[in-house]
Design a protein around this ligand. Sequence first.
Ligand SMILES: [Zn+2]
Length: 426
Amino acid sequence: MILTNARILTFDETNRVLDSGSVEVLADGAIGCVRGGRALDAHAVDLQGRLLMPALINCHTHLYSTLARGMHLPGPPPPDFPAILKKLWWRLDRALNQEDVYYSALTGLIDSAHCGVGTVIDHHASPNACAGSLDSIERAFHQVGLRGATCYETSDRSGRRGAHAGIRENVRFLERVRPGALVGGMFGLHAAFTLSDATLAACVEANQSLGAGFHIHVAEDRCDSSAVRRLCDAGVLNEKALAAHCIHITAAERAALARHRVNVVHNPQSNCNNAVGIANLPALFRCGVCVGLGSDGYSPRMWDEFKVATQLQKVRTRDPRQGGAEAYAALFSGNREIVKQIWGTAIGRIAPGARADFVLLDYQPPTPIDSSNLSGHLLFGVSNAPVHSLMVNGRWVLRDGRCVNLDEREIAEKAAACAKALWERF
Ligand SMILES: [Zn+2]
């Protein structure tokens, strides 16, 4: 398939912007030729001058949180982060059944597709519907047509039996997924403060022959400070690990993250919402840590995370020079490097050999656009543009604002019925 007549942001080695270009999509879902000018092929798909760029990546989210939207929490609002977990999230995930897991994932992934996100890295918990939950989520990914990964967040909060059920679910799923699959796995851990030394050791041992990366919350709140050292000592943090947040860390811990080549995921809107603090992105970058961007279940819109990541550093430092370069690097370099590092998949570029994951936006720039001023267009213009289409692995997921692989209305009705029953059980 040839896509033609698009303004193309390549994000390739030299960050080329092609004012009118064409991209070849090969039968195996890889990108073939990328060139300037219109294709002469009569069968080429005319993108009518819209803007084509790599599909966005969300490096940390919780799809199970989708059915919590609009839910009423009885009693006074939780005063701190541990209270938010106990009052909301740990009650919600205990109430989830297998059907809720499936419909919350499906709805969250449809929302992601509408926001131009082609890859979603999920972190899942459903203690009373643990066995098989990762299969339900994988099924939802395939139904929508998105790329991504999932894992089960092992913890000791439901006792030893709950911890072992989490380990079994991770191992079972990781043994089944094949390398290079559209939906991959990680070994999920909740956070150091909900994991005993014995459970941490059991997770590391269970993962020994699998060699998967661990996906874990690290130092999100003050209650989890000193996590970095403990997790490094336990053998959890390495070049395949995803450490979400890393807010409450010292300079020595930042250096340890860089030394162990840990991938850190910043989740700015969730951090604001939980009032847990602001990660020091410039310091992480200066240390050489690979930093990506996620939403932590707050929103499917990575553009909003990009904007808030930019603004938060300005607020934190009261320095208008801070934040822009870091947020840009996290979303457009960090996220694709993380996916490459953990699963070996080349996405996030429109270049020969990379996977054909694209978002097509209705964006006609009113000012000149080239590789030198891309970040300004992304922050103030492209991020506000309607998503017209989304392609993942060479196949359309969204066309003209509609999911092509499923009936969105029917799914929304089923999800609403699940949510109603879930809220009654909550
Ligand atoms: Zn999270």
